[in-house]
Design a protein around this ligand. Structure first.
Ligand code: ZN
Ligand code: FE
Length: 234
């Protein structure tokens, strides 16, 4: 398995490739995806969507028609061309891999993430970012907190591929919250260099997020809510 990281503005689009079979996660747009699959001779079987926001679904329609793939996403949401609705606990078998669906509301009510247990890879959309988390737009702080706790329960070595490149801003906020945290200091230094060289800051790991992500380090829901409130006005 190989994961290709494509950028569309600050959105990440992922292309998971096994042999010539490809699965797309959150196509903000179709262009770069189609260019990559044509150039490499990949065949897209499925598009997995985490939530209904346009910056995660903008390419669905075009991909469905150009690549004749199936669009998979959460039920009760307005995802263009949705073929298969998923709920918590569903398993999508595609490109010889199994993706477990976890329903993690908070950013939106419909938000799901996709976990490939055998490869220890998690696609978190706008629930968990590197060193941050999504804004609570539809759900409640309690829902978002519970969603993050479910991610925290996954194995430390799990690779985290998130929906946006917000890492630099997130780490600067993290350091503002915990100025003496050496792990945050070190990571900020590394990420500054990566961003300078246009290198993506994904994937992270659950282990690193436990050390550097203030939203995962909050002791309880109250502390988490307060952090989220402070980040909103940061
Ligand atoms: Zn979103
Ligand atoms: Fe987004």
């Amino acid at each position: 398995m190989n994961i290709k990281i494509l950028r569309s503005g600050d959105n990440y689009i992922y292309l998971i490739v096994v042999d010539k079979k490809a699965v797309v996660i959150d196509p903000a747009s179709a262009q770069s995806v189609l260019a990559t699959v044509r150039e490499s001779g990949f065949h897209i079987s499925h598009v997995l969507v985490t939530h209904h926001h346009f910056d995660h679904t903008g390419g669905c329609h075009e991909l469905k028609h150009a690549a004749h793939c199936e669009i998979v996403g959460p039920a009760q949401s307005s995802i263009p061309g949705l073929d298969r609705e998923v709920v918590d606990g569903d398993i999508i078998h595609t490109a010889d891999l199994d993706f477990e669906v976890m329903a993690l509301p908070g950013h939106t009510n419909d938000h799901v993430v996709y976990y490939c247990r055998e490869k220890s890879v998690l696609f978190t959309g706008d629930v968990l970012f590197v060193a941050g988390c999504g804004r609570i737009l539809e759900g409640t702080a309690m829902e978002m907190w519970n969603s993050l706790q479910r991610i925290l329960a996954l194995p430390d070595e799990t690779l985290v591929y998130c929906g946006h490149e917000y890492t630099l801003d997130n780490l600067e906020f993290a350091l503002h919250i915990e100025p003496n945290n050496i792990d945050i200091q070190d990571k900020l230094e590394i990420v500054r260099e990566w961003i300078d060289r246009d290198k993506p800051s994904v994937p992270s790991t659950i282990k690193v997020e436990k050390l550097t992500n203030p939203f995962l380090r909050a002791a309880n829901e109250k502390e988490f809510s307060e952090l989220r409130r402070r980040k909103n006005i940061w």
